[in-house]
Write a protein that binds this ligand. Sequence first.
Ligand code: ADP
Ligand code: MG
Length: 154
Amino acid sequence: MLSISKLQINKRQNEMPGKITLTMIKPLAVKKGYIGDILSIIIKSGFKIRAMKYLKLSIDQAKAFYKIHEDKPFYNNLVEFMSSGPIVAATLEKENAIEEYRKLIGATNPEKSEINTIRNLFGTSLEKNAVHGSDSDENAEIESDFFFSKLERY
Ligand code: ADP
Ligand code: MG
């Protein structure tokens, strides 16, 4: 049996930067019944689910999550939309996770996204674009910590 300290070391080694990304299935995609289809694509594309939650963000939680965009003109609408209904948040693992996941979801605007990407298949508009994906290793860690404690990440 491993001692606690060895388990902690193993856990940290599993969380090397570059291997994880944080996704959210956004409220409208949840409402339209796309959770299963989106998760199926994610898993078939080789991502492992390290943590997952179904929850509704409060306005303040959505504000905090999107704080990096607080000066953008779309911030208030985005915060309102992201707290308008339940979402699925998940930490995903794959080699080169950030780049691989952004390739899988496609461009921010579903109308401009590549065919068969998640946003192309399930997005409704630039704002309601079905899913979030982290933009850097550092933000993947920050965003995963936002939703999940260490004990909730496997
Ligand atoms: P991404 O999600 O592709 O990383 P950004 O980080 O630039 O894109 O923006 C965060 C989210 O804000 C987008 O996913 C989208 O929901 C929304 N958004 C971005 N740009 C706009 C815009 N011009 N108008 C409305 N909503 C936007
Ligand atoms: Mg972004």
